[in-house]
Design a protein around this ligand. Structure first.
Ligand code: FAD
Length: 429
């Protein structure tokens, strides 16, 4: 039975966590590790950090809470500001680890790290799980990722008909007390990750705080206390305030809550409170999230290339001043500027805003869409590799949009911000 190691990445939760549950089931003793990989905080070629301060703070909060929740199970979470391939082999040797459990990843940077760790531990068993999906890859009605449809609706309809969302995996039983290691590792603070402390902007759409318990608090508010879920489809294109959408994205992105858990909570709400088009629509959006994961599974590194998954040659330009002006809210479009102010000040932007600033950057200014996507990667609190690059491709004309739409920014502003309330909030301060 020996000792199992749970290597946490974007699955920072104890509920519905197969890697954690399997390690607890298969071993007398389990310990856990999280690495603040310095590569994730490096400065990109565009001059901004790969992970910016909003996500860094959210991540620290998530890890603090995960460590506490694991301690209640008598599992120590060791944390390091090191590359996984440097520290995991050492931990594996010191603690005579028999097997390493983790969430499966497939995008290039993540899989390179996994390979590097595996190469250093040829005699250790590695067990990985696809735990970021709503529809598990083993359950979807496609034999191979290469036949995933290009169009979302086709994918959604077939999956909705044929796939049953799996049950949540229970939180494991507490391990005996004697298993708790004396944990001398330290969780870095913002300063150690290269950032200054900062206060949340009072205009933020949501007072985001990292951690699994915080995700469940948001479910409690949005579903059960205010019942806003029952209006979701009608409000989801909003721009201001806490409740126009679920605001679950940041916790979903780092795995503090699973899509499967949210699904079952929606079903419970539908049984106990109300079932309507709005409650269904949150599931519809979670399926979008899955879709982009399947697209990256199907297309690999094409999602990061200029021609995208269509391998399309368009007339792209790149001008540093344009990038600076777009980032600093100094474009000709007030609606774009307001949204860019919001993301710079809070790390969050509504879905409507994201579509518009993306379309303006890629289709109006015809600038290399990857620079815009890289800026979002840096600054977003809810950055998710698949959703970010997939949506950027989609709105830039090199992805899955069958209609290849370009947004008319002025009419979007008139429609979604008719009284300039949103633009005034961000531009008049
Ligand atoms: P809700 O409207 O409450 O939706 C519920 C959940 O469904 C979201 O939390 C999210 O997980 C999922 N979802 C909703 N819309 C989408 C979508 N279009 N694509 C994929 N999943 C979706 N979302 C991210 O989580 N991370 C990103 O890095 C990201 N980058 C984006 C970049 C661009 C250019 C665009 C247009 C969209 C991007 N999105 C991204 C999708 C979407 O804008 C956010 O998920 C959403 O605004 C988050 O707010 P919410 O949780 O309140 O969403």
């Amino acid at each position: 039975m020996g000792t199992g190691l749970i290597w946490f990445e974007n699955n920072l939760r104890i509920k519905d966590n197969k890697a954690l549950a399997e390690a607890c089931k298969n071993h007398d003793r389990a310990i856990a590790i999280y690495c603040f990989d310095p590569r994730k905080f490096e400065i990109t070629k565009y001059g901004f950090p790969k992970t910016g301060k909003f996500r860094a703070k959210f991540l620290i909060e998530s890890i603090i809470q995960l460590q506490e929740n694991l301690e209640n199970l008598n599992i120590s979470l060791l944390t390091f500001q090191k590359k996984p391939e440097e520290i995991i082999p050492e931990i594996a040797e010191n603690h005579k680890i028999e097997a390493i459990y983790f969430q499966e990843e497939w995008t290039s940077e993540e899989s390179k790290v996994i390979e590097a760790v595996k190469n250093k531990l040829p005699n250790t068993e590695f067990r990985s799980f696809y735990t970021q999906f709503l529809f598990h890859p083993d359950d979807i009605p496609y034999n191979d990722f290469s036949v995933i449809p290009k169009v979302y609706t086709e994918f959604r309809k077939k999956c909705e008909k044929q796939v049953e969302v799996r049950k949540e995996i229970e939180i494991p039983q507490q391990k005996p007390d004697s298993n708790l290691l004396k944990n001398t590792s330290e969780i870095p603070n913002l300063d150690q990750l290269g950032f200054e402390e900062f206060q949340q902007d009072s205009r933020t759409a949501f007072p985001f705080k990292g951690g699994e318990d915080e995700a469940w608090k948001r479910i409690q508010q949005y579903f059960w206390d205010t019942k806003k879920l029952s209006e979701y489809k009608q409000t989801r294109n909003g721009l201001l305030g806490k409740d126009y959408s679920s605001k679950l994205s940041a916790w979903l992105a780092n795995g503090s809550i699973s899509a499967v858990s949210i699904y079952h909570e929606i079903k419970k709400f539908e049984k106990e409170i109300t079932k309507n088009e709005d409650t269904y629509w949150l599931i519809f959006e979670l399926i979008w999230r899955d879709f982009f994961k399947y697209i990256s599974l199907k297309h690999g590194n094409s999602i990061f290339k200029l021609g995208g998954i269509l391998n399309k040659e368009l007339d792209w330009n790149f001008d540093k001043t344009n990038l600076k002006n777009w980032i600093n809210s100094e474009t000709k479009e007030d609606f774009v500027n307001a949204n860019m102010k919001e993301i710079a000040a809070t790390g969050f932007m509504s879905n409507r805003g994201r579509q518009n600033v993306n379309s303006y950057w890629a289709k109006e200014l015809k600038q290399d869409w990857r620079a815009g996507a890289a800026y979002f990667e840096s600054v977003l609190i809810d950055y998710d590799v698949h959703s970010n690059w997939g949506n950027w491709m989609y709105n830039s004309g090199v992805g899955n949009d069958p209609r290849d739409r370009k947004f008319n920014i002025k009419s979007q502003a008139d429609r979604y911000d008719p009284n300039n309330e949103y633009q005034n909030t961000w531009l008049q301060h």
